[in-house]
Every structure is written in structure tokens, then in C-alpha cells.
Design a binder for this molecule. Structure first.
Ligand SMILES: C[S@@+](CC[C@H](N)C(=O)[O-])C[C@H]1O[C@@H](n2cnc3c(N)ncnc32)[C@H](O)[C@@H]1O
Length: 266
């Protein structure tokens, strides 16, 4: 099952651990409980399960930053185009910089085919490719940061436009699986300082509802988290234990988020 949040049981799944090593080139001891690694490994698993890891597909990444996934996919796609507003967003200091555009190879610590990867600056809300250009779209922890809800709407419509019929869009977003009544009653754009992140209603109405994508599986948005551990406080960005391992949850005054994967088809 793909359309869901991570659970600790995913780290007992040998197939996922194997993908982390063979596809993402993590050392086995580095496959630690971390929702970023989960997003990448699950995206690769979804592409494999649904038959897109054949070496013949053209993939486009949206809001990629410097993420490891693009290099892994460059080894598995005919072409991979990784895009982001490099150097122009609030993430410029932390996760992306223009340097990356000059020499993306130097940011990868495993062997990949550089001929298979094009890194390009692009606004994911105004995509500069023709309709139905790509077989595969991928995006991790980015859509929620593209701006207000009407912009998210536009980004999803753009994603639909450039995906070919029969194509797949594998998306990971930050999902507020538990919210206080106060925050639940506010529209997304008024939920500062956690207005970027998606509630249950935002997922259904905006992330899923903006474009006529199909889902092959039902979407599990239920809060079944019984053990909130090592929560990263979104006011200080410090984890409870002082260490970012293990990491699945971020919290703000009774509101909690983790990753949510959604596999869309056209
Ligand atoms: C939290 S980071 C995630 C980066 C990367 N996907 C990862 O998981 O490491 C969010 C990314 O979205 C990018 N971004 C924000 N608005 C964007 C837009 N309109 N178009 C493309 N990328 C955007 C930022 O530059 C940043 O790299």
C-alpha cells in the first residue's frame, strides 16, 4: 500500500531496506528511521511496482532541491529532469543554491550516469514544458511550500497537463494528521505559522481535487499514530531527544505532521 504515512514497521520491511541500498545507495546502517529516506524509497518502490523503472521513461522532478532521489532516478529513467527555483526561494540558504546548478554531480556520493540527468531552474506552478511531455513526475516535501492554496491548485493542474496519459505522478507532502480544533477551523492560508502544511481537507480538496488524476488505491489519511516519538518542535526545529534520528514527526502546539505519499495516474 502506497497512499499513506510512514510507520515504524516500514523499517522492518526488507524489500524497502534493499531498495534504499541498491537504488538510493545508502549504506545499510544509514537506513535509519527518517521520513525523507522513506519518501525516496517508497517513490522508487511505487515506480517499480507500477512498471515505470524500465529505463525507457522520461521523468520530471518538481521542487527537487539537491535530493538524492534525482541521482538514483537518473540511473533508472531514459532522462530525468530535476527542477526547482534554485536560489530564489526561502530555502536558498538551507536546501538549494545556485551552485548546485553549475555542478550537480559534485553533490552526489554514488555513481550515476550524468548524461541521464538535467538540472534546470523552473517554477513548478508555471511549467515550461509542452502538454503530455513526461511519463513520470516526482516531488518530495515541496508542493506545500509553493505558496497559497490557489497556487497549489495551479501547480497540480500544471502537473496534470504535462503528464502523458498512462503516466504516473508520485508525490510526497507534509500532512497534518492531527490538529487542534482551533487550527482545524482555520483555512490553510490563515493557519500561521503552519499554513504551508496540508490538513485532511486540503489533501482531499486541493492536492487531490485540483486535477482529474486517478488513484489506484484508496488514500489513508486516518490518524492511527499511537506513539509520537522524538517530535521535532516546529517553533525551534529541535527534536525532543536532541538527535534527528529517529525522525517521523514534527509538532506545533498540539498539531502534528508527517510525510504522506500519494501515487496519481493519468
Ligand atoms: C523542503 S524543500 C524540499 C527539497 C527536496 N525536494 C527535498 O526533499 O530535499 C522545498 C523545495 O521547494 C522549492 N520550491 C518552492 N517553491 C517552488 C516553486 N514555485 N517551484 C519550484 N520549486 C519550489 C524550494 O526551493 C525547495 O527546494
Amino acid at each position: 500500500m502506497f497512499n499513506r504515512m510512514p510507520t515504524l514497521a516500514d523499517w522492518e520491511d526488507e524489500d524497502l531496506a534493499q531498495l534504499a541500498v541498491t537504488e538510493l545507495h545508502l549504506a545499510p546502517e544509514d537506513w535509519q528511521v527518517n521520513r525523507k529516506f522513506w519518501e525516496w524509497a517508497m517513490i522508487i518502490r511505487a515506480l517499480r511496482e507500477y512498471g515505470y523503472l524500465t529505463g525507457t521513461c522520461n521523468a520530471l522532478g518538481l521542487g527537487c532541491g539537491k535530493e538524492r532521489l534525482m541521482f538514483a532516478l537518473a540511473n533508472r529513467m531514459r532522462t530525468t529532469v530535476a527542477t526547482d527555483l534554485y536560489g530564489q526561494t526561502a530555502f536558498a540558504d538551507r536546501e538549494v543554491d545556485e551552485q548546485f546548478l553549475r555542478n550537480p554531480e559534485s553533490y552526489c556520493d554514488f555513481e550515476f550516469d550524468p548524461r541521464g540527468l538535467l538540472v534546470s531552474p523552473m517554477d513548478a506552478t508555471q511549467i515550461s514544458y509542452a502538454d503530455e511531455s513526461f511519463d513520470v513526475l516526482f516531488s518530495c516535501s515541496s508542493l506545500e511550500h509553493f505558496g497559497p492554496t490557489d497556487t497549489i491548485n495551479r501547480a497540480q493542474k500544471e502537473a496534470y497537463r504535462i503528464l502523458r496519459p498512462g503516466g504516473v505522478y508520485v508525490l510526497a507532502v507534509d500532512y497534518l494528521f492531527r490538529m487542534t480544533d482551533e487550527f482545524k477551523s482555520l483555512p490553510r492560508d490563515e493557519r500561521k505559522p503552519i499554513s504551508d502544511f496540508f490538513s485532511d481537507a486540503d489533501i482531499r480538496e486541493t492536492v487531490v481535487g485540483s486535477a482529474p488524476f486517478k488513484l489506484e488505491e484508496s488514500l489513508d489519511l486516518a490518524d492511527s499514530v499511537s506513539d509520537l516519538f522524538n517530535v521535532v518542535d516546529m517553533e525551534t526545529w529541535e527534536p525532543e531527544s536532541g538527535s534527528f534520528v529517529p525522525h517521523l514527526y514534527c509538532g506545533y502546539r498540539g498539531n502534528y505532521l508527517t510525510s504522506l505519499l500519494i501515487v496519481f495516474f493519468k
